[in-house]
Design a protein around this ligand. Sequence first.
Ligand SMILES: Nc1ncnc2c1ncn2[C@@H]1O[C@H](COP(=O)(O)OP(=O)(O)OP(=O)(O)O)[C@@H](O)[C@H]1O
Length: 245
Amino acid sequence: MLEVQDLCVELGGASVLRGITATFRPGTVTAICGPNGAGKSTLLAALAGLLPAASGKVLLDGEALSAIPARQRARAIGYLPQAGEVAWNLSVEALATLGRLPHGDSDIQAVHAALEATGMAGFAQRPIATLSGGEKARALLARVLASGPRWILADEPLAALDLGHQLAMLRHLRSAAQGGVGVVLVLHDLPLAMNHADHVLVLDGGALHASGPPEVALSPDTIGQVWKTRARWLGEPGTRALSIS
Ligand SMILES: Nc1ncnc2c1ncn2[C@@H]1O[C@H](COP(=O)(O)OP(=O)(O)OP(=O)(O)O)[C@@H](O)[C@H]1O
């Protein structure tokens, strides 16, 4: 279990997360939603152990994340930052193989499985610099998958993907969750969160505004209060569309 308890994070002297308490469970997909600047990326980075808490706690299986050795943490948690850049012009396969660093091996089977899962097997030898934005996003996800983490924390992993690849990615993340992985995604697309998450956190101004199953956390009232938009859900659970006015 990954937990935050009364978590406060300060950046550049500003209070960016204020008293967040939430539990993330293995085997489930959690979406973190909220308007620009709400603190979503900050919460995800704190969950990955990349930002210190000003106060409060981040716990992995009951142990303070900050007390877990970096290599052990990197094996447990795969983190995909928003619009990640790659410093060197590696091949796709070499990039995915970097996911094996925390294990100290280059398990080619794990790397190839990750390339298959992201639809990047046919790009294995292509230099990263020659990829489109969506292909690069999938290659970066392959690096995370290749490490076989128990947790996948991904910041807007669908943003650069076309509709077909968005759904393929969500299906892959769902099957990882069915295999016991805890998946936490920052998502701007509320219908994707509504239809594909088990649990949704809504952040607003650095505070937790709502938390629960998607139909509860993304109620029209919450959408009105947080996104200042009149909205209603249409259709059946799993295929809902958002009508806004
Ligand atoms: N280093 C920093 N110094 C000061 N403020 C910062 C710093 N980094 C982030 N912030 C502020 O913290 C707030 C939360 O940022 P964060 O990136 O977590 O938001 P977000 O919800 O992910 O937003 P978006 O949807 O725009 O990606 C923003 O107001 C941002 O300007």
